[in-house]
Design a binder for this molecule. Sequence first.
Ligand SMILES: C[S@@+](CC[C@H](N)C(=O)[O-])C[C@H]1O[C@@H](n2cnc3c(N)ncnc32)[C@H](O)[C@@H]1O
Length: 248
Amino acid sequence: MSNEGFRSVLLSIARTKGATVTVFSDFCRIAACSLAIGRREEEYLDTAKAYSRDELSDLSLAFAKLVQEMEQHPFTDLLGPFYLECAAHSSKQARGEFYTPPEISQLIARMTVDVEEVKRKGVPISVNEPACGSGGMALALAQLFAPDSVDLLRITAQDINPVATDMCYINLTLWGVPAHVVLGDTIRMTVTRAWKNVHWHRVGEDQRQALGRLKDLAGSVAQTTPDMEIPQRHFDPDDGRGQFLLNL
Ligand SMILES: C[S@@+](CC[C@H](N)C(=O)[O-])C[C@H]1O[C@@H](n2cnc3c(N)ncnc32)[C@H](O)[C@@H]1O
C-alpha cells in the first residue's frame, strides 16, 4: 500500500468498510479534527470509533500521502475532485455539486483582488467565500500571495455541507492561510459550527478585529464628546502581524 497515493489508500479501506464517500467523509473529519488544535476532540473520537486500529493506521497513512501529494501540487485542491467523484457514485450523497475548475478560480482571483496593491500596503484583507465547497477559490487566491504574503489574507469560508467545510479547513490550514471556516446556511444566515484555524490565531486576527472595534468606539466617543482627548494614535488595527501595543 505504501507506494500508492491517498486516494488508493482510501479506496482500499472502503473495499471492506463500505461506501467510499463515507470513508472519505470520515477521513476528512478525522484530518480536520487533528488540525483543530485540540478543539474537536469529541468529534474525532466519535468518528474514529467506527474504525479498527489497523484502519486508523491506514487513515493516518492516507493523510501522510495527501500531504506529500499537496507538496507536489502547491495550492491545488486535491480533495474536492475526489469527493465529487465518490459522491457521484453514491445516490445518497449525489447532490449534483460541482466545484469550479482551478483555471477559472485562478482567473477570478486575479480579476477580484489587486494582489500587488495589497502587498504594497501590507494591510490584511478580509475575503468572504459564502459557498466555499472544498476551498478551491480561496486556494487560488492564496497562491497569488505565496510564498511570503499569505498572512495578509483573512478568509471566512462558509458552506452548508460538513464534508465541504472539513475539506476547506484541511486545504487552508495545510497551506498556511488564516481562515475562519463556518458550517452553516448562508442564505438563512444560520451557523451550526465554526472553527478558526491555527493561522488565524497566529496572526492575531481576533485581537486586530477587537482593536478595530475599539478604534470605532473611540471615534464615536470623540464625536459625541469633542473636548475629550482620545489617544487614537496608539491603536493600530491595520498591523497584520498581530503585534498590537495598547498604550492607553
Ligand atoms: C457550485 S459549489 C461551488 C463551490 C466553490 N465556491 C467553488 O467555486 O468551487 C456550491 C457550494 O455551495 C454550497 N451551498 C449550497 N447552498 C448553500 C447554502 N444555503 N449555504 C451555504 N452553502 C451552500 C454547496 O454545498 C456547495 O459546496
